[in-house]
Ligand binder design. Structure first.
Ligand code: PMP
Length: 454
């Protein structure tokens, strides 16, 4: 029996006992969510919010409260709640899901390893890249190239590859042999000293390979579109040219598609539409729309055939890899994305934000509005001409104002406000979110470091 607790009691329990990811000691309010339907969520006090953040963390692709996914979980729990995929065992849902993903992925990708999260997927991909070279007699290839502003997770490997120094501070030693490159961030033209962004970055990549030695580098990892870094898409020639340089030097390319895969930017795999041709693709979030913790690392035939075949064994494994309930939910989730045309819907949401935010783009504090399908980054500045970043706490105040006074969920990542709504967001919800954002952004008081009252 569940004892009913008031909203305040739940908040107090949480405050007393729960350690939150990326918790800040100066933020003591608690937002206890208890229910969701479509793009709306309700807190413990019964207040409704428009979830323009996809479960707060870039998920909820098919929307909240989907009966089909609950039914899939229930049915699978009753028939077989878990059976491992360790050794030669498997279960029917893991096998089916792997086949389904192979059919969706580019032709050269037919094998996958299942995880519970994106971080585990990135660690797995790093290990696979090193193992691949080891089994081919190139054990010196251990270095991983990653990028500033990249986000890859919180485990030691993925956390080290992440380009946020705070995540590596005070917990070292971190994973050795990880080198960070500059990101393709056209709005920050000052990073490239007046040069073409891609030319600059290709020169940097080439010089880095020369310095470390191609014979010592296993892989480069990157999000096709930087997500947590602020929804930053590269120039069209960036990934094709990076791929070309890496191929020339036998270096693998890992696409971290934890955010972008399964429709967020309008495609099953964003890497496919940016000419990335990755050897490994890391996925998670959208695979189940967040209804179950599940990820998959998709690998090229060259890696899939080399690592298990030549190496004999793959000494790596998670108890819940290929969990049948999670895989059953993923299958039902992919069915919905396909049957409801959510890849196209994602692009329509993007078009709605592009027009809905046109007036906001002219506001003095809005430096750049970046829309990539159903995800948006609004970079805030104190001065449009100098592009000096708005203090992150003021960007957070914008998100707070939207939360408390408009009932809309958004979040700042540094000076960039991010939206990643469910792919079932309606035109009306897109328009309402755009109007509320415009209204709040017009009240940013830089001098007073606050949001001016209405
Ligand atoms: N890669 C990317 C691009 C992500 O955005 C995230 C999480 N937001 C991760 C990896 C890590 O995934 P998880 O939090 O599931 O470990």
């Amino acid at each position: 029996m569940t004892i009913s607790l008031s909203a305040t009691e739940l908040e107090n329990l949480d405050r007393r006992h729960v350690i939150h990811p990326h918790q800040r000691p100066d933020r003591q309010d608690r937002r206890v969510m208890v229910r969701g339907q479509g793009s709306t969520v309700w807190d413990a006090a019964g207040r409704d919010f428009l979830d323009a953040l996809g479960g707060g963390i870039w998920v909820a692709q098919v929307g909240h409260g989907r009966t089909e996914l609950a039914e899939a979980a229930k049915e699978q729990s009753l028939s077989l709640a878990h059976f491992t995929t360790f050794f030669e065992y498997t279960n029917d849902k893991a096998a089916r899901l792997a086949g389904r993903l192979a059919a969706l992925a580019p032709d050269h990708i037919n094998r996958m390893y299942f995880t519970n999260s994106g971080s585990e997927g990135v660690d797995t991909a790093i290990k696979l890249a090193r193992l691949y070279h080891h089994h081919r007699g190139e054990s010196s290839r251990t270095w991983i190239l990653a990028r500033h502003y990249g986000y890859h997770g919180s485990s030691y490997g993925s956390g080290t590859a992440t380009g946020i120094p705070d995540m590596q501070a005070a917990v070292g030693p971190n994973l050795p042999n990880v080198e960070k490159l500059m990101p393709p961030y056209a709005y920050r033209a000052e990073f490239y000293g007046g040069q073409d962004v891609t030319d600059f970055l290709i020169a940097e990549l080439t010089a880095t390979i020369e310095r470390i030695g191609a014979e010592n580098i296993a892989a480069m990892i990157g999000e096709p579109v930087l997500g947590g870094g602020g929804v930053i898409a590269p120039p069209a020639d960036y990934w094709p040219r990076v791929r070309e340089v890496l191929s020339k030097h036998g270096i693998l390319l890992i696409a971290d598609e934890v955010i972008t895969a399964f429709g967020r930017t309008g495609a099953w795999f964003d890497s496919a539409q940016r000419g990335m041709q990755p050897d490994l693709i890391v996925t998670a979030k959208g695979l189940t729309s967040g209804y179950q913790p599940l990820g998959a690392v998709l690998m090229s035939d060259a890696i899939g055939e080399t690592v298990p075949a030549i190496g004999g064994s793959f000494f790596h494994g998670h108890t819940y890899a290929g969990h049948p309930v999670a895989c059953a939910v993923a299958l039902a989730n992919l069915d919905i994305i396909e049957s409801e045309g959510l890849l196209d819907r994602s692009l329509k949401i993007g078009a709605g934000f592009r027009s809905g935010l046109a007036a906001a783009a002219d506001l003095p504090t809005v430096g750049d509005v970046r829309v990539e399908g159903a995800t948006v980054g609004i970079e805030l500045v104190t001065d449009k001409a100098t592009r000096e970043s708005l203090p992150p706490d003021l960007a957070l105040a914008v998100a707070d104002e939207l939360y408390y006074n408009h009932g809309i969920l958004t979040r700042n990542y540094g000076a960039t406000l991010v939206l990643s709504p469910p792919l079932v967001f309606t035109d009306e919800e897109t328009a309402r979110t755009s109007a509320a954002l415009t209204e709040v952004l017009a009240r940013v008081d830089i001098e007073g470091c606050r949001i001016a009252p209405c």
